[in-house]
Design a protein around this ligand. Structure first.
Ligand SMILES: *Cc1c(COP(=O)(O)O)cnc(C)c1O
Length: 360
């Protein structure tokens, strides 16, 4: 069977090895005569999956012991609400660095909960770049500072991070978690919906400093309370068992490949192919992101005219490339090249871009 040349932004490509393994175990997980989604979430089998997923993630991201790992539902979008509900203290503020559509949504939801304000913004330049760290303005008694490490829609990514801001750093890492090493001790909390780099949709990973759990008030609805999920090992209610199982398979795949440092090298190699095709096109292709802010995950670009863009997208589709149209809010083209997108597929796309340019 031929696999699609899948450049979808999310849900996105999964490693072929993961799909094959899931297929093999679909009806009979480890001789049980049942598929994973048929087990009770209180069964020994599922508890093992839950624990193993937890420890794989802890190893791969070098998560220190004083951090809790939660597997929740509701997507990254629910974290836009849960973060301020749990962490934004009364009489205090939260700062949001505005780098694109997702940070706008995060701020909007936080403002429904408490006093959240922009701490820096690159909106004036249509989010072409990540603001300089020196521009970030957050008060020393703020509850936290929120950033979006990779801007899926605009194709920008943070490459250096605020340190010593004296307030906990909270990061939406939905579209670049597991793509490179991170120094977790810089963060109070990170979160990510799974469907870009971690697995299928349905599970959201939240990693937070245990100390911050003290901020979750008893009055919060239980399902929206980090403390409740932490004290039940993410088994407070029925978790998305199949998504957690897939997450485990993806983490095993990442570990076998050589971990996040290896993935980062591969991601740099893949991104370089596409950025080279853009940079060597003498203006035929224009990258949306400024050089220092370019994303290794989402490569965004436009062509000289809307007609040419349309014809590029049309021919790309005819040639079997999936998911290259840019997000409706930006237009143009976007190639999402998450961990699971094979190098050969990116080589084919770079080849297609060069060929299309020569012909036009
Ligand atoms: C996809 C995405 C989201 C939204 O995730 P959902 O799981 O659909 O809620 C939020 N933030 C970023 C950076 C994303 O890429």
């Amino acid at each position: 069977m031929k696999r699609a040349l899948n450049f979808n932004a999310g849900p996105a490509a999964l490693p072929e090895a993961v799909l094959k393994r899931a297929q093999k175990e679909m009806m009979n997980y480890q001789g049980s005569g049942m598929g994973v989604m048929e087990f009770s979430h209180r069964s020994k089998e599922f508890e093992e999956i839950n624990d193993r997923t937890n420890s794989l993630l802890r190893n791969l991201l070098s998560i220190p012991d004083d951090y809790e790992i939660l597997f929740l539902q509701g997507g990254a979008s629910l974290q836009f609400t849960m973060v301020p509900m749990n962490l934004l203290e009364e009489g205090s503020t939260a700062g949001y660095v505005m780098t694109g559509t997702w940070s706008e949504k995060a701020l909007k939801e936080a403002q429904k909960i408490g006093n959240a304000v922009p701490a820096a913004s690159s909106k004036d330049s249509n989010y072409k770049a990540i603001p300089d760290i020196s521009e970030i303005n957050v008060s020393a008694d703020a509850s936290y500072l929120h950033i979006t490490t990779n801007n899926t829609i605009f194709g920008t990514q943070w490459h250096s991070f605020p340190e010593d801001m004296r307030v906990p750093l909270v990061a939406d890492m939905s579209s670049d978690i597991l793509s490179r090493p991170i120094n977790l001790s810089n963060y109070g909390l990170i979160y990510a919906g799974a469907q870009k780099n971690l697995g299928p949709s349905g599970v959201t990973v939240v990693i937070l400093q245990k100390d911050l759990l003290k901020r979750s008030k008893k009055e919060l609805p239980s399902m929206l309370n980090y403390q409740v999920h932490a004290s039940s090992g993410s088994l407070y209610n029925t978790p998305p068992t199949l998504s957690v199982y897939f997450l485990m398979l993806v983490l095993e795949w990442a570990e076998e490949l050589g971990g996040v440092s290896r993935l980062e090298l591969m991601n740099k190699q893949k991104a370089a192919l596409l950025y080279d095709a853009i940079d060597r096109s003498s203006g035929f292709y224009t990258g949306h992101a400024e050089l220092e802010s370019r994303s290794l995950m989402n490569v965004t670009f436009t062509l000289e005219s809307d007609d040419l863009t349309a014809s590029f997208l049309h021919e790309a589709e005819e040639s079997g490339f999936i998911g290259l149209a840019g997000h409706r809010s930006v237009g143009g083209c976007r190639a999402s090249i998450y961990n699971a997108v094979p190098l050969e597929h990116v080589e084919k796309l770079a080849g297609f871009m060069n060929d299309f340019r020569r012909r036009n």
